[in-house]
Design a protein around this ligand. Sequence first.
Ligand code: HEM
Length: 418
Amino acid sequence: MVQSRPDYDPVSVGSLAFWGQRPEQREQSLKVLRDERPVSWQRPAEGSMLPQAEDAGFWAITRHADIVEVSKRPGDFCSGQGIMIEDVPESILEAASSFLATDAPRHSALRRLVSAAFTPKRVAKIEEQIADQARRIVDDLLETGDCDFVDEVARKLPMWTIYEMCGLPEEQRLPAAHAADGMVSWSDEDVRAGLQPAELLGQSLFTLSGIGLGVAEARRKEPRDDLMTNLVQAEVDGERLTDQEIAAFFVLLSVAGNDTTRNTISSAMKALTDFPDQRKILQADFDGTIGTAIEEFVRWASPVMTFRRTATRDVELHGQQIRKGDWVVMFYASGNRDDRVFDDPMSFDVRRTPNQHVGFGGGGPHFCMGNMLARTQLRAIFDQLLHRVPDLQAGDPVQVVGNFVDGVKSMPCTLNLT
Ligand code: HEM
């Protein structure tokens, strides 16, 4: 017998009011859910792009252990029916998500095509180039002086790294990164600048796909040693990828490679400003502490806040009857503040050990492919910042409003050079 739905939870984590709050305010609601109703039935995300059925909603998964469980059971909780907390037009989903929104066996085949470029060995090969680039960014920062940290520091290294790997010409990098921002900030009125969410998504997608296809075309004519060349030459089941598939790869790499690492850099800089004792510990022994510090940066920032799965059959989780077809949304930021797993989770601790955060996902087949690349960039940029601008202070960040990536639009900084 089909069970009737529970009432919508009184603590709503789908409303614009919830997402418009600062992360520490959102955490108050998430803590109530974690402690009292870890699997709660929620109203559909407010302001969704598509109309929702009367009884629509989603299950909010807020505990660390449940996020890991859902991530590791792709047979029961699939990605192929969408990965966002709200419904997006299918044409956009297909063109934007590439293998992120697919399931095995297609997911494994597509992921394999690019995963070789992200292995620790390959990342180690470009580590020196990333360090060089971080040095140049801080050279420029020292010339510029007090400025917007996001524009002058945080944005630059992730953008350089992913587009260098793709082989994107220099002059196209900023427009591509800007379009990637539009792909994750459709709820933010400033970013939308008068457009409807679906219009902003559509425009950003059009720009990014166009740029990706242009590079693909150039690589077909003149192959090079880069990711886009790999993609135009790759075959799945004996067939070359279509233009649409190549464009979707480029969109996914652009979005995943830019916004996540940028926001982690901004958020970590703010945390190092707000917790000077932790900065001192890191500065006193950078090489000995940066490994654990990076994990804490990612836990603290939790730049990817949510990902959705869809139940492929009726399942029970914490006494809740989840029906086949129900949406199940993992709240990574909540899992990363779960005191069942983290001692004193609200304290920023650069030596935190162990630190089994779910910032890169809860494990399973979709675990972040760029995690080593992100860690390498974080090490390189903080090596430069903490040694060469040791007293840099971050001001108040202006957050992007949204239910997907926790973005920092701008954040003033003062260098305090002596
Ligand atoms: C601090 C930075 C980053 C964070 C916090 C982060 C977080 C995540 C998360 C939460 C997922 C989904 C995991 C899951 O569903 O289990 C993911 C997937 C992914 N990430 Fe990252 N990411 C970061 C940096 C990067 C970078 C630099 C790249 C490089 C392009 C990247 C590429 C990807 C790709 C391609 C996927 C999809 C994997 C799949 O579906 O198989 N990420 N990331």
